[in-house]
Design a protein around this ligand. Sequence first.
Ligand SMILES: Nc1ncnc2c1ncn2[C@@H]1O[C@H](COP(=O)(O)OP(=O)(O)O)[C@@H](O)[C@H]1O
Ligand SMILES: Nc1ccn([C@@H]2O[C@H](COP(=O)(O)O)[C@@H](O)[C@H]2O)c(=O)n1
Ligand SMILES: [Mg+2]
Length: 469
Amino acid sequence: MDSKSVECLLESSGGAHFSGFHLDDIEPRNKENGQSTTSTTGHFHKQPFVIGVAGGAASGKTTVCDMIIEQLHDQRVVLVNQTSFYHSLSEEELMHVHEYNFDHPDAFDTEQLLSCLDDLKNWKSVDVQNYDFKTHRSISPARKVNPSDVIILEGILVFHDPRIRESMNMKIFVDSDADVCLARRIQRDTVEMGRDIKTIIDQYSKFVKPAFDDFILPTKKYADVIIPRGGDNHVAIDLIVQHIRTKLGQHDLCKIYPNFSVIHSTFQIRGMHTLIRDTHTTTHDFIFYADRLIRLVVEHGLGHLPFKEKQVITPTGSVYTGVDFCKRLCGVSVIRSGESMENALRACCKGIKIGKILIHREGDNGQQLIYHNLPSDIAERHVLLLDPILGTGNSAVQAISLLMSKGVQEANIIFLNLISAPQGVHVVCKKFPRLTIVTSEIESGLNEEFRVIPGMGEFGDRYFGTDAC
Ligand SMILES: Nc1ncnc2c1ncn2[C@@H]1O[C@H](COP(=O)(O)OP(=O)(O)O)[C@@H](O)[C@H]1O
Ligand SMILES: Nc1ccn([C@@H]2O[C@H](COP(=O)(O)O)[C@@H](O)[C@H]2O)c(=O)n1
Ligand SMILES: [Mg+2]
């Protein structure tokens, strides 16, 4: 530490951690992408990526969508089904249900579907009806659908109305053999809907097949991608997922910067993120799930350390060829929120030395004071820099510059955080191309106040329970 102890400084800074920022190179994400924006919540958002999936009944549309969503499990994806927009049948129509054409465009409330899509595109939540194929009516409760980076709209006639079609960024047509569709439909309608075969065949020849020829097949020409054999076509689905990832631009960061690493996402990890991002989560739960995620990031980060081969003899007398841990390590936490990551590092690396850096913005002129308390031999060590949130990248740049001024090699720094805003990744990776960043999720961007969106609020306050003070 230069002059005062870190504890004194913490007291004098009133516990707040100011991560001062400069406006150079940083713009809210929507501007960066040049896309139109909506600011219903006062925040900037980029437009969601809308995918339409059309095709005949029982062609495998839902199956294809489920496979895409499964592969995009690390993204925020919502599925909206056109069947939710079927008009409920009146008593009169129910009495003559066998005369009702469920495959005609008029069977759907297209205006309602358009308004829903419009809300989602404007980053507003919507209530979508659940449709019951047995009673031919909407049933309560409605499903609340939250806006998302990717919206998939699926249904036999989603390419029919030009207004819906034009709102799509990508159009997929699932093209399965008519016999296969009929066989699947018979199976589905008998098993799931309790219908008899005669009714199914009558409906098929009277309405389903003619509507396919008159309304559905003519929309195939609007598709950007046609998937023969539906869900059996794994190659097509893989290519579509890759394309969506490229369009989202998020995983491009890993391609642009080979030293930027995002831990492999699973539904467990998404679940932990859901909890710690939820504003209603208690401090107790926040700490529990943040700790779980931090541990994963730390373990992943340690995997980037160099190693030496080491052979040991097992209790069976065999030789096991393994590796030896890197010994000359230290952690450096950015006060205060980075201190939340120290326990996980100590739990993984017995007896590890941990230094501290405090970045304090002085006044409004963006000038920063940096205080530190670092191991004297830090220049000979690999450093794990700890700060849960990478936002603008300015604090990180300050901290890394300080470490390098103390003789730490750029390539010997591993920066561990829970969430990274793309802007911060660009700033840090461009300035320090030899350093490694490890994170657990990439954020949408920064809002006009340079806060990370969707983010998780003031991490230090939530973790140390000072948010209610
Ligand atoms: N590739 C496939 N192999 C076997 N069964 C499938 C396949 N794709 C879909 N199915 C089954 O066929 C039925 C219709 O599929 P679904 O994806 O719901 O079609 P759609 O949404 O186009 O009506 C479902 O019961 C589903 O399980
Ligand atoms: N009450 C209803 C409503 C619709 N259908 C049939 O469903 C098909 C569309 O659903 P997909 O999942 O296959 O896209 C369509 O062919 C309608 O005939 C129905 O049978 N009963
Ligand atoms: Mg379906």
